[in-house]
Design a protein around this ligand. Structure first.
Ligand SMILES: O=C(O)CCC(=O)C(=O)O
Ligand SMILES: [Fe+2]
Length: 152
């Protein structure tokens, strides 16, 4: 659960810094009255406001989904901005990565047009690297990039 104690002084400031979620998938129940979630358009880099639609959930994919899908899924960057001076609450359910296996794209998703992008890695190790390298938007994935994979 996230609580943003917005006030007149915080309008225009950041509530949650730009980040991607580290795991596989996030299901988000956003505040239905107080907006503020913004996502980055993959193609233009523009910030797009995700205004709440009552009765709906927001689902987004994270870094592990990008790796598991060998780059087919996108780990969307997002942040929360203070638009209005009211307390904002959101509830996030994070489907993370495996504890006992490595994060690795299945062989079926690899071919000559889609070379393996990342070498297999331990999810908890990756989470620690995100913190130690200060890479909240998934940049630490580059530490696991397979050679000859190009970049995506
Ligand atoms: O509060 C929100 O709308 C988003 C929260 C979020 O991005 C997160 O908890 O990872
Ligand atoms: Fe998030």
């Amino acid at each position: 659960m996230n609580k943003y104690n917005y006030s007149p002084e915080t309008v225009g400031s950041i509530g949650a810094i730009m980040h991607s979620d580290p795991g596989f998938l996030t299901v988000l129940q956003d505040d239905e009255l107080v907006n503020g979630l913004e996502v980055v358009n993959k193609f233009t880099g523009d910030l797009v406001s995700v205004d709440p639609i009552p009765g709906t959930l927001v689902v987004n994919l994270g870094d592990a989904a990008k790796v598991w899908s060998n780059g087919r899924f996108y780990n969307v960057k997002h942040r929360v901005q203070c638009y209005q001076p009211e307390v904002r609450i959101s509830i996030a359910l994070f489907v993370l990565g495996p504890r006992d296996k490595r994060v690795e794209a299945p062989a079926e998703l690899e071919d000559s047009e889609h070379p393996r992008l990342y070498i297999p890695f331990d999810f908890e190790e990756y989470r620690k690297l995100r913190v130690s390298t200060k890479s909240p938007t998934g940049g630490a994935l580059e530490l696991f990039r397979a050679t000859n994979s190009g970049s995506t």
